[in-house]
Design a binder for this molecule. Sequence first.
Ligand SMILES: Nc1nc2c(c(=O)[nH]1)N[C@H]1C(S)=C(S)[C@@H](COP(=O)(O)O)O[C@H]1N2
Ligand SMILES: [Mo]
Length: 252
Amino acid sequence: MSLITRRALVTGGAASAGLLLSGCDQVAQVPALRKILFSGEIMNMGLQRALSNRDALAPEFSATEMSPRFRVNGTHNPNTPDYTAMVAENFAHWRLQVGGLVATPLSLSIAQLRGLPARTQITRHDCVEGWSAIGKWHGPRLATLLTAAGIRDTARYVVFTCADLYGGAPYYESIDLVDAFHPQTILAWALNDHVLDVGHGAPVRLRVERQLGYKHAKYVMRIDAVDSLAKTGLGKGGYWEDHVDYDWYAGI
Ligand SMILES: Nc1nc2c(c(=O)[nH]1)N[C@H]1C(S)=C(S)[C@@H](COP(=O)(O)O)O[C@H]1N2
Ligand SMILES: [Mo]
């Protein structure tokens, strides 16, 4: 991950921090330096993000802690003719496209996706609207797909395009490569031991456990590796980021 961390430093506008670019990531672990770097005097989000331990795992819970009911929020059903037809045939012709800056674009059926090695994790979802829920998610790591597609080293972000429409255009979100390759970042096709239902994003939705709820794209149709977010939506990397000024980086 150190390569990605270094790249994050550069993109965070911290190029002048030559000390850090010399590969001395441990500097952030020194309490006195941490205090300076994370103080208001250097309000550089990119730098702070790069120096946080972004590989740390989100808390995982036990089965007894699972919420009796996991609320549905945002889109409850995309309700487009295409999506309704896909539901009617149990997603038999649905394909997940993985493209952009990759050597080999992928087109995966739901059966192929379910056949990949998967991770199961009981995590807490936090929505900015003020509710949380603990659920058990299951699906392959996003890293598995990106590696299989041969993500290029020019890629810096991963963009998700969804089946539901907001103002006539698909919902979209994006994350950087630190989150994309984080071990708990999965494409979940099951929730609480059941195949994902329409409300929660059937047939697959992103789980990016160290980020707030709106980053967890439901109804994922396309995954694209890109080198910039400039051409995604209005340029801020996500539907809510573009339209109501939510932070693109919603790490918790
Ligand atoms: N495609 C899509 N993904 C989405 C949304 C949405 O409206 N459409 N809402 C987001 C928000 S704000 C939250 S809190 C979660 C809700 O997920 P849930 O319905 O499984 O609780 O999905 C996120 N992902
Ligand atoms: Mo949310």
